[in-house]
Design a protein around this ligand. Structure first.
Ligand SMILES: Cc1cc2nc3c(=O)[nH]c(=O)nc-3n(C[C@H](O)[C@H](O)[C@H](O)COP(=O)(O)OP(=O)(O)OC[C@H]3O[C@@H](n4cnc5c(N)ncnc54)[C@H](O)[C@@H]3O)c2cc1C
Length: 420
């Protein structure tokens, strides 16, 4: 491929950065990725692997804040908070509470649908070119409930999905048993979204995309970006801990670590890490065929190439606190209730745990668009719970912005300036 366009540096080689780099490279630019680590070893490593086109429901739903005390008291609950981190996270929680009004969540869902809806269609060409198409499956995503009341409590979430054109098949207890025999008989309702897909190996997917990017002439620079050198409003170079790299455009895709890079350009964004965990069971005795979300426990069980992955939970504790592996163990206890065929005990060598940082904004929308200081520095971070899903369309939008083409969807709701 010709590399005759502009010189573009992409900061961060997670799923978002690698998709952006791939789309930019397709436009003929000379692209380099900057990351202090290996591609795909941030949040993109250990997620549930779901490409959920239906993920339009914000985290801050009306009334959700009322559940917080109950969740914090429950050691098996989906949320935990390190009290030492409370002062730092309070402004985020305030904005989170303010974002969760009925009117706002409808607008957030409308903004998200065009970003996540075409996920598989936008990902497939990249995956095929990289020889990674076998890592992607479309079996749908199943949401399971233990009671009709629990389903009714999620009514607004399903309304938002319906309003945005998500088709759903509903299963009663007997039908659910036929669809997924491994599931506990405690579940009485299942809702299947067939348009959703998943990867059975998120790290391998990002790695293959990055390898293809390199084979096409892309460069991967091992360095940590610390800022930008601007000449007036034009970008001259990306500044890193390994020196300056001249660039005509820069894309900020450093996930949960993007905040200081934006602050250096005068954009104050309330980016927070929602730490999440996974636990993997190698060679599991039972697993669903379709990625399955337990609506009460707020975790997902995904059949992966290397075993059964249980992923979820939110922990507010900042970027630096050590992991609390009990949060991962909880997922195994919950999975044994979801999948009664799982053994009651597993030898340690069959289990592995992971913690990662979801890059989250209080309104569950990413920051996507140009910085205040320069049209050459473009933000693409803060995709929270849906970064794998939103990455392909985000990459396409970034390429359109660099090329000066009209973007295919409305990105006004994602402007960095919305928090002023
Ligand atoms: C438990 C869990 C389950 C999840 N499940 C799903 C799911 O099923 N579907 C879904 O769509 N999403 C899911 N997510 C969310 C998803 O994983 C993230 O939104 C997504 O991976 C974010 O991608 P990213 O590229 O923005 O960030 P990352 O993957 O974190 O990549 C950021 C990269 O930037 C690099 N970096 C950091 N600072 C700098 C710097 N200064 N200079 C250069 N590079 C830097 C890092 O080294 C890293 O490689 C889940 C997340 C968690 C935690």
């Amino acid at each position: 491929m010709a590399t005759t366009g502009r010189r573009v540096g992409v900061i961060g080689a997670g799923m978002v950065g690698v998709c952006a780099a791939s789309y930019l490279q397709r436009d003929g630019h000379s692209v380099f990725l900057v990351d202090p680590g290996n591609p795909g070893e941030g949040a993109s490593f250990g997620n549930a692997g779901c490409f959920n086109a239906s993920s339009v429901t914000p985290v801050a739903m009306p009334g959700v804040i009322r559940n917080v005390p109950k969740w914090l008291r429950d050691p098996l609950g989906p949320l935990s908070l390190r009290w030492r981190h409370l002062p730092a996270v309070l402004p985020y929680l305030y904005r989170f509470w303010r974002a969760g009004t009925e009117e706002k969540v409808h607008a957030q869902a409308r903004a998200l649908r065009p970003l996540v809806g075409p996920t598989l269609a936008m990902l497939r060409p990249l995956a095929e070119a990289a020889g990674a198409e076998k890592l992607i499956h479309q079996r749908g995503h199943l949401y399971v409930y233990r009671s009709a009341e629990a389903l009714a409590k999620d009514g607004l979430a399903w309304t938002l999905r319906h309003e945005n054109g998500v088709a759903v098949d509903e299963f009663d207890a007997d039908e659910l048993r036929q669809l997924e025999p491994a599931l506990s008989r405690d579940y009485v309702r299942g809702l299947l979204v067939r348009e959703n897909g998943h990867t059975d190996n998120p790290l391998a997917l990002v790695t293959r995309l990055a390898d293809h990017f390199r084979r096409q002439g892309g460069e991967i620079v091992r360095a940590r970006a610390v800022g930008f050198r601007l000449e007036g409003r034009r970008l001259a170079a990306i500044v890193t801990d390994a020196g300056e790299f001249p660039a005509d455009a820069a894309i900020v895709c450093a996930g949960a670590y993007s905040r200081p890079l934006a602050a250096g350009l005068g954009d104050k964004v309330p980016l927070e890490t929602e730490r999440g965990y996974h636990l993997m069971v190698g060679d599991p005795e039972a697993a669903p065929r379709i990625p399955t979300a337990d609506a009460d426990g707020k975790f997902v069980a995904t059949p992966m190439a290397l075993g059964l992955r249980l992923a979820g939970t939110v922990e507010l504790a900042g970027l630096d606190a050590p992991p609390d592996w009990r949060r991962a163990r909880i997922l195994l206890e919950q999975a044994r209730r979801m999948l009664p065929g799982l053994a009651p005990h597993h030898p340690e060598e069959r289990l592995s745990v992971w913690m990662g940082h979801r890059p989250s904004l209080p309104d569950s929308l990413p920051v996507l668009g140009p910085s205040a200081a320069s049209p050459d520095v473009i933000y693409a971070f803060g995709h929270g719970h849906v970064g794998m899903t939103a990455a392909p369309m985000t990459g396409r939008i970034v390429a359109d912005l660099v090329a000066g083409r009209p973007v295919p969807i409305d990105i006004v709701p994602f402007a960095a300036g919305r928090f002023r």
